[in-house]
Design a protein around this ligand. Structure first.
Ligand code: ADE
Ligand code: ZN
Length: 335
């Protein structure tokens, strides 16, 4: 099973590029850019990654992003992630970026997006990994800041497929951004949102009804509302679940208590993703392995998780068909 998972073709739909900043690169960039960080070694950084909830993680995560200043830094960050995708047999990835984490520090929007996109273009050319970019609004900031960010994106609509919503879910429900999301949709962008990670199942309903999302990021708290589970199953509304993240942030105490396989069995379009791999201890393969070790997972179910991600992705039908064929051929060969 380990080897099967390792070589299984995968698609990632929930990855914060700032969350792929490994401590080694953080140190390198801190030196290169003369940014002081309160750690003396990458090992010390790793030891500091003990979280009690989402907010305790976010506080450290925004600190870490302070070493990113120049276009080259965003390129290096994204390229390092793509090399990990290659190792993990990720065919396609849809990446979140948080412009406000950088523009609030005086970094130009263009610097961020150009660095990321240069690496993504190279990733497609040299590694054959296709990708899309999703611009997230930080929900702890106000609607005005989100509107200003959306305006900055206006001259980059050729590079952005969707808008998303991340950061502190508690106290910042989806409805706070209903008007911004309506504007984004009018601009031709798709929408996704983090909902039901730490927050109540009502946030999942509101993300669907008020923000018009094509996918729910996390969404694991849907189990508190059986009617919602039924609706998610019937509509095949995708959930981008992040198993290692959920354990690190104490959404579930242990992996054997995680509900994703139960949701998969109930017909939901569940997918497996890494969220912030540098902080939560693993990329795509690590996440699949951690689930398969703690919960019963057949090869067919592992393949189904990949097929779900292809179905839920924003790529065109032709590419979906090509990637799905790769997964089913692989399953047939290996079983
Ligand atoms: N930003 C980065 N990772 C996040 C997560 N898991 N939830 C909300 N916001 C985030
Ligand atoms: Zn996330």
């Amino acid at each position: 099973m380990k080897r099967f998972i390792h070589n299984l073709p995968k698609v990632e739909l929930h990855l914060h590029i700032e969350g792929s900043l490994e401590p080694e690169l953080m140190f390198e960039l801190a030196q290169r850019n003369q940014v002081a960080i309160p750690f003396s070694s990458p090992e010390e950084v790793r030891e500091a990654y003990q979280f009690s909830n989402l907010q305790s993680f976010l506080d450290i995560y925004y600190q870490g992003a302070r070493v990113l200043l120049h276009e080259q830094d965003f390129y290096d960050l994204t390229w390092a992630y793509l090399l990990r995708c290659q190792q993990d047999r990720v065919l396609h990835t849809e990446i979140f970026f948080d412009p406000q984490t950088h523009t609030e520090r005086g970094i130009a929007f263009d610097t961020v997006i150009h660095g990321i996109c240069r690496a993504l273009a190279q990733g497609e050319q040299e590694l054959g990994i296709t990708s899309q970019l999703i611009m997230c609004f930080l929900r702890h900031l106000d609607e005005e800041s989100a509107f200003a960010t959306l305006q900055m994106a206006e001259s980059h609509l050729d590079k952005i497929v969707a808008v998303g919503l991340d950061s502190s879910e508690l106290g910042h429900p989806p409805e706070k951004f209903e008007r911004v999301f309506a504007r984004a949709q009018a601009m031709g962008l798709k929408t996704v949102a983090h909902a039901g990670e730490e927050g109540p199942s009502q946030n999942i309903k509101n993300a669907i009804e008020l923000l018009g999302v094509s996918r729910v990021d996390h969404g694991v708290r849907c189990v508190d509302d059986p009617a919602l589970v039924e609706q998610l199953s019937l509509s095949r509304m995708p959930l981008t679940v992040c198993p290692l993240s959920n354990i690190k942030l104490k959404v579930f105490e242990t992996m054997d208590q995680h509900n994703l396989m139960q949701l998969l069995d109930q017909g939901l379009c569940v997918t497996i993703n890494a969220d912030d791999p540098a902080y939560f201890g693993g990329y795509m393969t690590d996440n699949f392995l951690a689930v398969a070790e703690a919960l019963p997972m057949s090869k067919a179910q592992a393949a189904q998780l990949s097929l779900n991600a292809i179905e839920a992705s924003f790529i065109d039908q032709q590419l979906k068909q090509k990637y799905s064929q790769l997964v089913t051929d692989y399953l047939n060969r290996c079983s």
